[in-house]
Design a protein around this ligand. Structure first.
Ligand SMILES: Nc1ncnc2c1ncn2[C@@H]1O[C@H](COP(=O)(O)OP(=O)(O)OP(=O)(O)O)[C@@H](O)[C@H]1O
Ligand SMILES: [Mg+2]
Length: 298
């Protein structure tokens, strides 16, 4: 199969019809089933019809662009129905062909006023240059975060069939979720992950009520604070190394800054240095870019 055919096949899966179901419900989270709304003055049959219409058309406060609407609904409806959040408020970043991050209204499930939902486009990972650089030594993960052992599935991934690319796409997302989980438990400055599946990750929202935290490349800091931020960054790099992780795309574009604190984001490319022969090269690239941006005159 030639490369272009693969891309065409990949486009066919872009409607997300076969997305994996939500998984990873933490045991300590009590998830209530959303009760169907009562519709005053309706006869049972028209009420059922209205209900069915409502179920297909969720009215979030955020008005999605036409091309985005089905994608957003397909990716977030199950999370919404399981009451992980009560509304989608705004697009933080994206809306194009790759991942988009949305600010959502939280509720008792996470007990936070807001959460962030990162929703992926299937083409995101296919556009990743040198993806084999990061995939070396990496397990292929299914939608439950378990290693894929099935020979046919592994063969499909190697061959780059439409099915294989869908599996690979899920695997990237699960890697991001597992890395966030690992690093958050280890005390690193990363958003707390809540849930993955269905083409999205739900995590802690970093920002103010109406303004998300900016990325570090967009803020001007006094020299004194730059040093402090640099130390925080190195502290996080040390935690990552102690837990066998290298970010893989570390730069000021993937660090949020808020009131003197940094939060590292965007981990699908993270690698385990013990499993990947490119680790030293990737590590040097991560950290030299960092120093250049953070250090005065760097
Ligand atoms: N937890 C969060 N809280 C607030 N904002 C976030 C959060 N996670 C991501 N963002 C915002 O969304 C943007 C994109 O997120 P991320 O870097 O994870 O995805 P991406 O696929 O790399 O997108 P891009 O290529 O645009 O960087 C970030 O630059 C940041 O502005
Ligand atoms: Mg990013």
């Amino acid at each position: 199969m030639i490369t272009n055919d693969k891309f065409d096949l990949y486009d066919q899966v872009e409607d997300l019809d076969s997305l994996p179901a939500i998984r990873n419900v933490p045991e300590d989270q009590y998830l209530r089933q959303r009760k169907p709304p009562r519709i005053a003055g309706s006869t049972p049959s028209s009420a059922m019809q209205e209900l069915a219409e409502q179920e297909n058309e969720l009215n979030f406060s955020y008005t999605a662009a036409k091309h985005e609407k089905k994608w957003l609904t397909d990716s977030l409806t199950d999370f919404y129905r399981q009451q992980w959040f009560d509304d989608v408020l705004r697009l933080i970043k994206g809306g194009g062909k790759e991942a988009s991050v949305y600010q959502c209204l939280g509720n008792q499930t996470t007990q936070t006023p807001f959460i962030a939902a990162k929703v992926y486009r299937p083409r995101k990972f296919r556009q990743l240059r040198n993806d084999s650089l990061y995939r070396e030594g990496r397990l292929n993960l299914d939608d439950e975060g378990h290693e894929i052992h099935n020979d046919r599935a592994l063969h499909a991934i190697r061959q780059g069939t439409a099915f294989g690319m869908r599996l690979a796409h899920t695997s990237w997302i699960e890697h991001e979720f597992q890395t966030l989980t690992l690093l958050h438990k280890a005390g690193a400055d990363v958003p707390k992950p809540y849930m993955s599946g269905n083409n999205a990750i739900l995590m802690e929202y970093i920002g103010w009520d109406e303004i998300p935290a900016p990325t570090l490349n967009t803020v001007n800091l006094p020299l004194k604070e730059t040093r402090h931020i640099f130390d925080q960054a190195i502290h996080n790099v040390n935690i990552m190394l102690a837990h066998h992780r290298i970010h893989g795309d570390l730069s000021a574009f993937n660090i949020l800054y808020m009131e003197g604190q940094i939060t590292l984001i965007d981990f699908p490319q993270a690698i385990d240095p013990g499993q990947n022969r490119n680790a030293y090269h990737i590590f040097c690239r991560d950290t030299s870019g960092y120093a250049n941006i953070l250090l005065p005159g760097g």
